[in-house]
Write a protein that binds this ligand. Structure first.
Ligand SMILES: C[S@@+](CC[C@H](N)C(=O)[O-])C[C@H]1O[C@@H](n2cnc3c(N)ncnc32)[C@H](O)[C@@H]1O
Length: 253
């Protein structure tokens, strides 16, 4: 994406518009302007092991929010990127679609968008895509198997999934249920599968090959994460939070 230099007045306008939005993703818009999102993009890129090139591929980003991963797929050469979301874009969450729209405009991006619930995804509604990004969404699903079935239905070749995981002490597939605000005081999180469950669930919906690219983090990292959350959001520190981590995998049909 080639950017033209902005006139001083346009630069000030863009800075002002960026400042008006509550961002989730930290996106480099060029012109020395980076959005103020709290999400640690570089660390996540490495953990998700996003392929260095998407050259010629079609990509679907499920739950794109501000669209950082959609724009990154485009930057890495994707032929077509479709960003989808519903909860945050519909204004129910902490944010709106304004960040995605402003970033797309500022980047001169051709990323397409459809506001659609995960549960409504189907080849008939959106088509199929070489690569499907399902990042940070699974644990928000009240019907996680059904959501994975929807993701499978629109995956042409490869799924890249990242999720919160829980119950790390249990070896066999198991899911923690959060009927209230048990996970990070967030009412939109429902299930924390353990790593064995994530692999089993992905295989159960039909993916033949699964490669875990980011396993659970060591105890001291989980401890620091839990204490950090406690300080930032005033969540109580609990021993149960040490059983939680993040996990990423790639799966192929
Ligand atoms: C934790 S954010 C992850 C954002 C981005 N994928 C990432 O990894 O940085 C979860 C996203 O999933 C979206 N989401 C939650 N429930 C959804 C649903 N039922 N259908 C579509 N999107 C949903 C939210 O709106 C939000 O954008």
């Amino acid at each position: 994406m080639q950017q033209e230099a902005l006139a001083p007045v346009e630069y000030e306008q863009l800075k002002r518009r960026v400042a008006e939005i509550s961002w989730y993703h930290r996106i480099d818009l060029g012109h020395g302007i980076v959005t103020t999102g709290r999400n640690r993009r570089q660390e996540r890129l490495a953990r998700i092991v996003l392929p260095p090139s998407f050259s010629g591929l079609t990509v679907l980003d499920i739950g794109a929010w501000d669209g950082y991963f959609s724009f990154e797929a485009e930057r890495r050469g994707a032929a077509r990127v479709l960003a989808t979301d519903s909860f945050c874009w519909g204004g129910e969450g902490l944010a709106t679609k304004a960040g995605f729209e402003l970033a797309r405009e500022a980047l001169g991006s051709k990323v397409e968008d459809i506001e659609i619930d995960v549960m409504d995804l189907s080849p008939e509604r959106v088509g199929t895509f070489d690569v499907v990004l399902f990042l940070g969404v699974l644990y928000h699903m009240i019907h996680p198997m059904r959501a994975l079935e929807r993701a499978y239905s629109v995956t042409g070749k490869q799924l890249i999934l990242e999720t919160e995981v829980d119950m790390l002490h249990v070896r066999r597939p198991a899911l923690a249920f959060y009927p209230g605000r048990e996970l990070w005081d967030d009412r939109t999180s429902w299930f924390g599968p353990n790593p064995a469950a994530v692999v089993a669930m992905v295989k159960t919906v039909g993916f033949r090959e699964v490669k875990v690219v980011d396993k659970q983090r060591p105890l001291h990292v989980r401890f620091a994460r839990s204490v950090g959350r406690r300080l930032r959001r005033r969540n109580p520190f609990t021993l149960a939070s040490l059983q939680r981590s993040r996990m990423s995998l790639h799966a192929w049909r």
